[in-house]
Design a protein around this ligand. Structure first.
Ligand SMILES: Cc1ncc(COP(=O)(O)O)c(C=O)c1O
Length: 481
């Protein structure tokens, strides 16, 4: 009988160290004994003693038969999956494993606002992305979801596509019609794979958008570390319904993931699952209450506008109310400026910013004081700061033209050209303002004049980017044709 009261992996670790074993194995710090004193003080509670490896009784992530297998079974039962995998390299590795296992070198329908973590999986697998475009939210310029009709059209044009990937919800907490997307994919006999990096908590409260396993997905990858309460780098990959071969996923994970997974990370997943099972509803009720209070307070501050359900276009769209998307356009400042002022002047750190917004997450770990400090800071900032309305707002280029698969471009002979002279060439790298990490251009796509303009603005505004080998963005790597 599965009991959500148990945490088999964590219990096995505690049993192991309680036996005070002699340690003649890695890791070499010997339960923290040889770590620098300052660092050791941080681990006073015995954390370092749990940094163990695949010892007898502690199981093996790549061939689990003991406590790890039971811990994964509990996760599967909790999330309504047939099988769940613990991951120690974030959702990035889960997305890569799904691309390798369920797509291979074939086509995959992919939302254009997919996170840059897809690039690794696309290059390694040789998958060919067929981009579909999400609807946008008028007045906010944010993406919401891809309409099921757009998925159907893409599947008619690309009947050989191996799978459909969805993003649910996106970084801003906007959820689309996932059930509709799952139906469209199922009708065509294709698995719906879901990047649910921002959805580990959804299943535990009815006021949140429904989770991927409930909406008919064949697979989903969740960053438990983001919103589920486990340590950074830990994620879950769930499978349901047999359209994705579990053996192929396990093989892909063996290929991509370390052979030395951290048991501290793995045990934190086990414990996060246990906590969500036993107290998830209660913890989320509290987080939602805090988020509602903060939303009410921020809505009264002149110059701020909060994204709400009333702003969403027609269709089955919904919002995760624990994410506060705050438009700061009315202050005449960019989101980046507000984020930096919050951090440096008020010691308030939000999850992310873009040109027009700052985004605050209220999680199960957020305290009332955090919300109060953000409210106080924004109220003060709104009075003190007089920005210039109409500051430059770079828009992501609207469409793209793929001339090669990402893998082909990645492995082509390349050279560097000045950004100003890059138009018309095939890009050999990716550039994404981070966060939110949506690539403006993928390897294999034509660099259009629109992209050159966008990247020039990004460079002038000194926005943080991931992907380009020349971080100054003076040059871009292009394919030698
Ligand atoms: C939408 C989305 N997908 C995937 C990822 C990658 O997740 P992880 O950091 O767990 O590897 C992120 C990370 O921010 C994300 O925002």
């Amino acid at each position: 009988m599965l009991s959500q009261e148990r945490a088999p992996l964590f219990e096995a670790l505690v049993r192991h160290i309680a036996g005070n074993p002699a340690q003649l194995h890695v890791p070499g710090h010997g339960q923290g004994r040889v770590l620098p004193e300052d660092f050791r003080r941080l681990g006073k509670g015995g954390l370092f003693a749990l940094d163990l490896t695949e010892l007898p009784g502690l199981d093996d992530l790549h061939n689990p038969v003991g406590p790890l297998a039971r811990a994964q079974e509990l996760a599967a039962a909790l999330y309504g999956a047939d099988r769940s995998f613990f991951l120690v390299n974030g959702s990035t590795v889960g997305i890569g494993a799904l691309l390798l296992a369920a797509v291979g070198q074939g086509e995959v329908i992919l939302p254009r606002n997919a996170h840059s973590s897809f690039l690794g999986g696309l290059v390694l697998s040789g998958a060919d992305p067929v981009f579909v475009y999400p609807e946008t939210i008028p007045g906010f310029g944010l993406d919401c979801g891809v309409a099921p009709a757009a998925i159907e059209q893409a599947l008619v044009k690309h009947p050989a596509a191996a799978a459909v990937f969805a993003l649910h919800p996106n970084y801003y907490g906007v959820a689309g019609d996932l059930a509709g997307q799952a139906r469209s994919a199922r009708r065509a006999g294709k698995p719906l794979l879901v990047d649910e990096a921002h959805g580990a908590h959804l299943r535990f409260h009815p006021d949140l958008p429904a989770d991927a396993m409930s909406e008919g997905a064949a697979a989903s990858v969740q960053s438990t570390h983001k919103l589920g309460g486990s340590l950074t780098q830990t994620s879950l990959l769930h499978l349901k319904g047999g359209l994705v071969d579990a053996g192929a996923v396990a093989a892909a994970l063996r290929l991509l993931e370390t052979t030395s997974p951290s048991y501290i990370l793995l045990a934190s997943l086990d414990l996060a699952r246990q906590q969500l099972a036993l107290k998830g509803r209660e913890l989320l009720e509290r987080a939602l209450e805090l988020a509602r209070g903060l939303r009410r307070r921020l809505a009264r501050i002149r110059g701020l506008r909060l994204l709400g359900p009333e702003d969403l276009p027609q269709g089955n769209y919904s919002l995760d109310p624990t994410k506060l998307v705050i438009s700061v356009r009315g202050l005449g400042l960019t989101g980046f400026q507000v984020r930096d002022l919050l951090a440096h002047r008020y010691r308030v750190y939000v999850e992310m910013a873009d040109a027009c917004h700052v985004v605050a997450f209220v999680t199960i770990g957020t305290a009332e004081r955090d919300c109060r400090m953000l409210g106080d800071a924004l109220a003060d900032l709104a009075v003190r700061e007089k920005g210039l309305p109409g500051s430059p707002l770079p828009e992501l280029p609207g469409t793209c033209k793929k001339l090669m698969k990402p893998r082909e471009a990645w492995f082509s002979s390349t050279r560097r050209v000045a950004l100003a002279e890059a138009a018309g060439r095939i890009c050999a790298e990716t550039v994404a303002v981070y966060p939110p990490g949506i690539p403006a251009v993928y390897p294999g796509e034509e660099i259009t004049p629109e992209i050159v303009n966008y990247l020039t603005t990004i460079r002038e505004l000194k926005l943080p980017c991931q992907g380009p080998s020349d971080s100054t963005l003076k040059t871009l790597k292009v394919v030698i044709e």
